[in-house]
Write a protein that binds this ligand. Structure first.
Ligand code: SAM
Length: 357
């Protein structure tokens, strides 16, 4: 006999369906925003005042019929304000800052590129659910890593020197005097490059296991004119040169690592006496009950679509992006660090720990 459907609370059932449809709308609207970012439509609208469909089509060189549908999607999503009398569309300065101005502290427009690239790998991740294995970095499109670099570049511009490194004055002193710094899991090298630019007497090395990222980092350093003081190497953080650095940093790396304790142990050995290790991680708890909010929703999803899954693809720890302070502390102790401090930075997205041997 077929089992009967459970009796529903009608109000809650309606809310559930609406919540879900809201997510589907966000997913497809996100694809529209990805297109807006990729084709420079947001940038064309920024600061341009109210625009007609024809004016925006002419400005971007894009097909007017597509621009019309896109503008209507943006209006329905409340990214754009529509004036029905004048038939014009406006990207307000606030939305322009978030979507079109890579230099703004509010810029989040590059997240659509990352989300699109991550979602494109979802069929492979689904396979990993079946076999319990993972998806290797090599299976992700280059645009995923480029987007990750864009995301971090904005964060670094506004936080790296002024907030994060400034929170450890003895490190600032050592680097000003001419020290050595390393950024492990450097990705496209943006943090290493900024550290080199801020501390001209310091030599900086970026390490990453992902060869394509290291290549990009080298190109970025050359373009920034600091290739003589920042070098990049394809290397695992667990195999760093010993007693070499006044500062080692990892930005969103430990939770991704195949062997996080090995990585942290490698960093501990690489520090000079008196040196510091700055660990930046995502500002979420390791307990899901504390993460029932937008950031939690995004972080567990990105974690499944990349962080945990690339680690598991090599039989790694697969900690996932919601690592939390307790787990970080446990890993640091296992790696032999004696001092562990959460630094008093105010940041909705990031937490920073200083570890010392
Ligand atoms: C989420 S990305 C962050 C990249 C960069 N730090 C940023 O903030 O844009 C993590 C990076 O860590 C690298 N990685 C993971 N485990 C590593 C390890 N054991 N040694 C060196 N790099 C590692 C990955 O290849 C990837 O580039």
């Amino acid at each position: 006999m077929a089992s009967e459907r459970p009796k529903l609370d009608m109000e809650r059932a309606k809310n559930a369906a609406q919540n879900i449809i809201g997510d589907v709308a966000s997913m497809v609207h996100g694809a529209m925003s990805f297109i807006g970012d990729r084709l420079g439509i947001f940038k064309a609208m920024a600061g341009a005042g109210p625009l007609t469909i024809e004016a925006l089509a002419a400005k971007t060189g894009l097909a007017p019929r597509y621009i019309r549908e896109w503008l209507n999607a943006m209006t329905a999503g409340q990214y754009v304000e529509y004036d029905p009398e004048a038939k014009t569309y406006l990207l307000t300065p606030e939305y322009a800052a978030a979507l079109a101005d890579d230099d703004s502290p509010f810029f989040v427009g590059s997240y659509f590129q990352m989300a699109q690239a991550a979602v494109s790998v979802a069929p492979k991740v689904a396979e990993a659910f079946r076999n319990g294995k993972g998806v290797t970095q090599a299976e992700y499109p280059a645009s995923f890593f480029e987007a990750a670099e864009r995301n971090s570049l904005t964060r670094y511009k506004h936080k790296l020197l002024r907030k994060w490194i400034a929170a450890v004055p003895h490190v600032v002193e050592a680097l000003n005097a001419g020290g050595a710094a390393a950024d492990v899991g450097c990705g496209g090298g943006r943090a290493a490059i900024m550290i080199a630019q801020a501390f001209p007497k310091t030599r900086v090395t970026g390490f990453d296991i992902h060869a394509e990222s290291v290549e990009r980092a080298r190109r970025n350093a050359a373009a920034a004119g600091v290739a003589d003081r920042v070098t990049f190497a394809v290397a695992n953080g667990s195999e760093l040169p010993e007693s070499r650095f006044d500062l080692v940093t990892t930005f969103d790396v430990v939770h991704d690592a195949i062997d996080p304790v090995g990585l942290m142990r490698g960093v501990r050995r690489a520090l000079k006496p008196g040196g510091s290790y700055l660990v930046q991680e995502v500002n979420v708890s390791d307990d899901v009950k504390d993460n029932i909010r937008t950031l939690g929703k995004m972080i567990y999803s990105v974690s499944t679509l990349y962080c945990m899954t690339t680690s598991l693809s090599h039989g790694g720890a697969g900690i996932g992006a919601a690592m939390g302070e307790a787990k970080t502390r446990e890993l640091a102790e296992a790696a032999g660090f004696k001092q562990f401090a959460r630094l008093p930075i105010k940041d909705d997205f990031a937490v920073l720990y200083e570890l010392r041997p």
